[in-house]
Design a protein around this ligand. Structure first.
Ligand code: CUO
Length: 708
């Protein structure tokens, strides 16, 4: 009944063509007024003059959440948009600044408000893929689309109502003959990068609305989500015969892998009245690149207020490690902040050590125990890497893709950097006492069988290539009224089910958390992996609540329900028509409306690693724990954005699972279970506990996936 809480036509208009100045021919194309001319006479003056902080980030150049002054600029714009109390006001303020500020900054700040300001929750953020196609599609494909449009424009017999479709197949930024590029299909996947953009939108550093509390366990989820990225990347690498990624731990050594994204800023700044920014070259239209064997340099660009040296990064790393090994950080008042995961977080007053370390690391100047001392290691690592080709900016080159959360995962160094970050977190986890049998077991519940099924095929998962189309002309001005679409090939898997047989002998119904993980079984030496080697490869696949009835239970759980994944972000068309998958919003069951609306969530199409044509050995591990003990108490009722809670949490609510994230693999297994093969304990030695089960499966890569 509240019109704000329905997707409405026109909400998306300010997201159109973010890089273009009031585009000609805009209105007839999308049936609305051009975004820049809404009440332009009165509203132009709305924000007053924009502060230097904002105008120093030119349009057509990177905006990076890793750079502190860019975050401060985002806060300025957020505060401006935050003055709106009605949708029309929000549109007007947005419209009046959209051509004055960096387009990524604009889209970020507006998306931030739409996601977080409760007044505007009903307004949905369109897919980042359609807003900024040029961040996802190599420039040669966009050029091809442009020439197709030009050809069709001069062809009088062309059918204007037909969409123009350009294929984007297996052409990535580099050639397959370079081994790293065997996983380019994964690094350069649209869903993966869109997830990362949305994740950093939901868990931003430094940014908050005035009335807001920070997201629950933000530091810990930073650690966990990125740890899972690295685990999944390693599974992908093993699938194509590559070794696991090597961490980047020596900042004084040349970085072996270069990266040349082939991405281009869609429209470089063409407004002659805009202020020139010292130290930035307005001619740069490409993302910065990195040669093989590039040394990291001190980031000393003239347009930065906060330069940083390699030595500072090393200093911060050593201080963080120092605190981790001492068991406490020192806050700005000189008081010890103890680090332990064995604290009760139920009332929200205490934080686990892993959460505090995450806040010091990410880093958030409001949440870090001591920003001045522990610094800003993770963010500035991104910046140093993204500027390694031109650290002082004198070549006039833009930052590289590592500076933007929508593009960073394309670059192989992302995973090397994050494996290093994870190594530091693991230094902490290694200091925690190991789990005991009592921590892990659940009396009265035993799992007796476990399997997966793809259609009629037991114990196999099937992956392969499939295609998906998306609209490119909402984000790029092709100079045509026609729809221009990109048809992309990407990895996917066939839907499958988990089957779990479990006995409940507690005498009554029992609510359990069912936790499902996947890992490769065999290491590169051809041996069954010891748990110590496999521990950090276990990827969460699903986690759900189930009520076991007394006696035998058969649980069948479809892969589509995964708590890790979403099936896709909303496209402009879905937003404006309110129709998704052919079903209007009003006819969907309540609750389902929320699904996918928040954009954060692992892409469903990458839920399963690629595997091999002949079948690759993997293991599924299931564990049941007591839901009553593990649930986070709190107000129940409608939860927004809860469909991908494992990696993204739940909007406005506490993280639904009280256990440390990654449980039970975040620590070493109980000593009791480590006899007699002390050194070579495998997952099977752990799964002798009744409430666990491990089962071997194969993942088969089929090439093309057939339509049915
Ligand atoms: Cu997501 Cu380094 O945190 O990029």
């Amino acid at each position: 009944s509240d019109p704000l809480y329905m997707p409405r036509a026109g909400n998306t208009i300010v997201f159109n063509l973010p890089s273009a100045d009031v585009p000609s021919g805009f209105a007839p194309r999308f049936g609305g007024e051009p975004p820049g001319v809404i009440n332009v006479e009165t509203d132009r003056n709305l924000p007053g003059t924009l502060p230097n902080l904002v105008t120093r980030i030119p349009r057509g150049s990177p905006f990076s959440l890793n750079i502190r002054e860019h975050r401060q600029a985002a806060q300025v714009i957020i505060d401006m948009l935050q003055k709106a109390t009605t949708v029309d006001q929000l549109r007007n303020i947005a419209a009046s600044i959209r051509e004055e500020i960096n387009e990524t900054l604009f889209v970020y700040a507006l998306s931030f408000i739409l996601t977080r300001n409760k007044l505007f929750r009903g307004l949905r953020v369109p897919s980042i893929l359609e807003t900024f196609p040029s961040r996802f599609i190599p420039s040669n494909i966009i050029d091809r689309a442009r020439s197709m449009v030009n050809r069709e424009n001069s062809n009088r017999n062309s059918d204007e109502s037909q969409a123009l479709v350009i294929n984007h197949d297996q052409d990535f930024s580099g050639l397959r003959s370079r081994l790293e590029n065997r996983v380019a299909y994964w690094r350069e996947d649209f869903g993966l990068n869109a997830h990362h953009w949305h994740w950093h939108l939901v868990f931003p550093s430094d940014l908050l609305l005035p009335t807001e509390t920070p997201p629950d366990r933000k530091g810990e989820i930073f650690y966990y989500m990125h740890q899972q990225i690295v685990a999944r990347y390693d599974m992908e690498r093993m699938s194509v015969g590559l070794p696991r990624v090597v961490k980047l731990d020596n900042l004084r050594e040349p970085v072996p892998d270069g990266y040349f994204s082939k991405l281009r800023f869609d429209n470089a700044d063409t407004n002659p009245n805009r202020i020139m920014v010292p130290g930035l070259n307005p001619n740069a239209t490409l993302w910065g690149t990195r040669q093989d064997n590039t040394l990291l340099g001190n980031y000393t660009r003239l347009n930065t207020f906060f330069p940083v040296d390699v030595a500072e990064l090393e200093l911060w790393r050593d201080r963080l490690l120092d605190g981790i090994h001492q068991g406490f950080f020192i806050n700005a008042q000189g008081t010890r902040v103890p680090l332990s995961d064995d604290v009760d977080i139920t009332d929200g007053r205490q934080k686990r050590g892993i959460d505090i370390i995450g806040d010091a690391f990410e880093a958030d100047q409001f949440l870090s125990p001591n920003y001045g001392y522990y610094g800003d290691m993770h963010n500035f690592g991104h910046v140093l890497i993204a500027s390694a080709h031109d650290p002082d900016g004198t070549h006039g080159e833009n930052l590289g893709v590592m500076s933007d959360s929508a593009t960073a995962m394309r670059d192989p160094i992302f995973y090397r950097w994050h494996k290093h970050i994870d190594w530091i977190f693991q230094q902490y986890k290694a200091r925690m006492p190991v789990y005991t049998v009592a921590d892990l077991q659940l009396e009265g519940v035993s799992i007796t069988r476990l399997g997966v099924a793809t259609g009629n095929v037991a114990d196999e998962l099937h992956t392969g290539w499939t295609r998906r189309e998306f609209e490119a002309s909402r984000g790029i001005d092709f100079g045509t009224a026609r729809s221009v679409r990109i048809d992309m090939q990407h990895l996917d898997h066939k839907p499958f089910d988990y089957h779990i047989l479990a006995n409940n002998s507690t005498g009554g119904p029992k609510q359990v958390y069912v936790r499902i993980f996947l890992a490769p079984k065999i290491n590169p030496s051809g041996m069954e992996m010891p748990l110590l080697e496999q521990r950090l490869l276990w990827a969460e696949m699903d986690k759900f609540v189930f009520t076991l009835k007394p006696g035998a239970n058969h649980i069948k759980r479809p892969s589509s329900q995964s708590s890790v994944a979403i099936t896709g972000e909303l496209t402009f068309r879905e937003l404006e028509t309110g129709i998704r998958g052919g079903i209007p919003a009003s006819e969907r069951p309540p609750g389902e409306l929320e699904e996918d609306f928040c954009g954060c969530g692992w892409p469903q199409h990458l839920l399963v690693p690629r595997g091999r044509p002949e079948g690759m050995d993997f293991q599924i591990f299931v564990m049941m724990t007591d839901y009553e003990e593990d649930r986070m108490p709190g107000p129940s009722g409608a939860r927004q954005c809860a469909s991908a809670s494992s990696y993204c949490g739940v909007l406005d609510s506490r993280y639904p699972d009280k256990r440390p994230m990654g449980f039970p693999f975040d620590r070493l297994p109980p000593r009791e279970l480590r006899t007699p093969r002390e050194q070579v304990i495998t997952i099977s030695d752990l799964a002798i506990l009744d409430n666990m089960f491990v089962h071997d499966i194969k993942i088969r890569f089929l090439g093309e996936l057939s339509e049915e």
